[in-house]
Design a binder for this molecule. Structure first.
Ligand code: GDP
Ligand code: MN
Length: 392
């Protein structure tokens, strides 16, 4: 789960990580009031679930409370399109008004879980404020990595190594080391999947601050943090993702494809996408109906896929254990009839009541091909894609 910068900042505050003074505003008048309380120059920052705001006009330095009000009025109610959003952008419903700092140096630091070593890893770079993906691509030697230990955590001396690798001024080393160990606590204690500070700044007077913070919370651990679950902002999500969330379905939109994929299980989703690629097409999305799906959920799952305008053909891959093939087939047929979709479907069904399921599909009179295995589904998919024409 993604959260807003101002929410992430509140978490950092709680863990003692220094951030610039800032408050969130929902109206221009509020922004003006906060700016006068902070005094001097302030930064108006659009609160959206996307990075790259600066380049897209979503982060603006202003000299007075009146200008903070004006800039806030121009941002609120609009949509921000950044490198990380789709063309539709994301709505700006709040701004954060932050004290403007005099920056001497912009650095980068983040923490993610490294699946290969099974531990959180801290990544740091002197190249802050820019796209870290670009740094990783063109100058990977400029990214310094230190793994934490799942049991011991991140020791102070390792945190100090990172501060030294960042080349912070001598008198900032101690504060930077503390910031890094506190940040590691933020990551671990909140079950984060990502904590990213870009930039971490050294000010002209050698103080260190987390100027911009992004936190992703691990969905599967949210049950342990009821206080964090309330931070969800569905308005920032794609409408189809919102519907999937509401129905308890895992839906991931993928760019550039035309095959809608419905599966039961995340591993199966990966295999299904491989099959789709092998058939010469790219998935437009994948939707995981999970283990024990009832008919209403299957119908909603199907409707979400059909409502994705990129989808030209649907591949359904079901390995029925607890979920029964006949129930899924009935869900598909009834949703297909209700939506009157003309999109062709290829359905692989194995496991519980697979034969009954495939029979229901065959009897439906719809453009559905039911097959008993994934390899067969790939062949049918390939043929249907050829019929459809076009590329990819
Ligand atoms: P992002 O573009 O979404 O990553 O938003 P950031 O919060 O990282 O801001 C983008 C850039 O704006 C930063 O890299 C800084 O260069 C600049 N910026 C943000 N806040 C301040 C500030 O307080 N003072 C100065 N001088 N620049 C700032
Ligand atoms: Mn940033």
């Amino acid at each position: 789960m993604n959260i807003h910068e101002y929410q992430a900042k509140a978490i950092l505050d709680k863990f003692g990580v220094p951030t610039p003074r800032a408050e969130v505003a929902s109206t221009p008048a509020e922004a003006k009031e906060i700016a006068s309380r902070i005094g001097g120059r302030v930064v108006v920052k659009a609160q959206v679930h996307a990075g790259g705001r600066g380049k897209a006009g979503g982060v603006k330095l202003v000299d007075s409370p009146a200008m903070a009000e004006e800039v806030t009025a121009s941002l609120l109610g609009t949509r921000l399109v950044t490198k990380q959003t789709g063309a539709a952008g994301v709505p700006i419903e709040k701004v954060m008004i932050a004290e403007a700092l005099d920056i001497k140096d912009e650095l980068y630091i983040s923490i993610v879980v490294d699946g290969d070593i099974g531990a959180p890893v801290v990544m740091a770079s002197t190249e802050g404020g820019m796209d870290i993906e670009e740094v990783a691509e063109s100058t990977p030697e400029k990214i310094f990595r230190v793994a934490g230990d799942p049991l011991i955590g991140l020791t102070t001396y390792r945190a100090r190594d990172i501060a030294l690798a960042l080349g912070v001024p001598d008198k900032s080393v101690r504060a930077t080391t503390k910031l890094i160990t506190d940040l590691y606590q933020v990551f671990v204690e909140n079950d984060c999947s990502l904590v990213e500070i870009n930039p971490l700044v050294i000010t002209e007077d050698d103080q260190v601050f987390a100027l911009d913070v992004k936190i992703n919370l691990e969905d599967d651990a949210l049950f342990r943090h009821p206080e964090l679950a309330g931070l969800r902002d569905s308005n920032q999500q794609d409408p189809l993702e919102q519907r999937a969330d509401k129905a308890g379905l895992a839906y991931v939109k993928l760019d550039g494809g035309r095959v809608g994929c419905m599966v039961n299980g995340a591993g199966l989703a990966m295999a299904t996408m491989d099959i789709t690629k092998a058939a010469g097409a790219d998935p437009a999305n994948f939707l995981d109906i999970g283990g024990s799906a009832d008919q209403a959920r299957i119908e909603e799952a199907f409707k979400i896929i059909v409502d994705d305008t990129d989808v030209e053909i649907i591949l359904i891959n079901l390995f029925a254990g607890i979920a029964r093939s006949d129930v899924v087939a009935q869900g598909i047929v009834s949703a297909a009839k209700e939506t009157k979709t003309a999109v062709p479907m290829v359905v692989a069904m194995r496991g519980t009541n697979a034969a009954e399921g495939i029979q229901i599909l065959a009897d439906s009179g719809l453009n559905i091909t039911g097959v008993p295995d994934l390899a067969g589904a790939a062949v049918v998919l390939k043929a249907k894609l050829l019929e459809l024409g076009g590329s990819n």
